[in-house]
Design a protein. Sequence first.
Length: 90
Amino acid sequence: MPIELPEDARRDAIASIQRYFDVNMEEPIGNIAAQALLGFFLEEIAPSVYNKAVADAQESMQARIVDLDIDLHEAPFQYWRKYAQPKRRK
């Protein structure tokens, strides 16, 4: 499944790449080159980041599911305990 960015995020990413080149590189990068670089990152590197995020989300959900039994467990047959009176000493 290809990773796509919404148009506004894509525009912001391209601007950020251009700014990075302006600040950190000897040569600026043009809009078309920045788009190509973003496309490369999205196709080549982003799937690894995406897959890691999915794995982290699965791990988090599994931990929560394990805790469901502890958090939501109700002991059965508690009615009579609720009404039991302590035995009196004579």
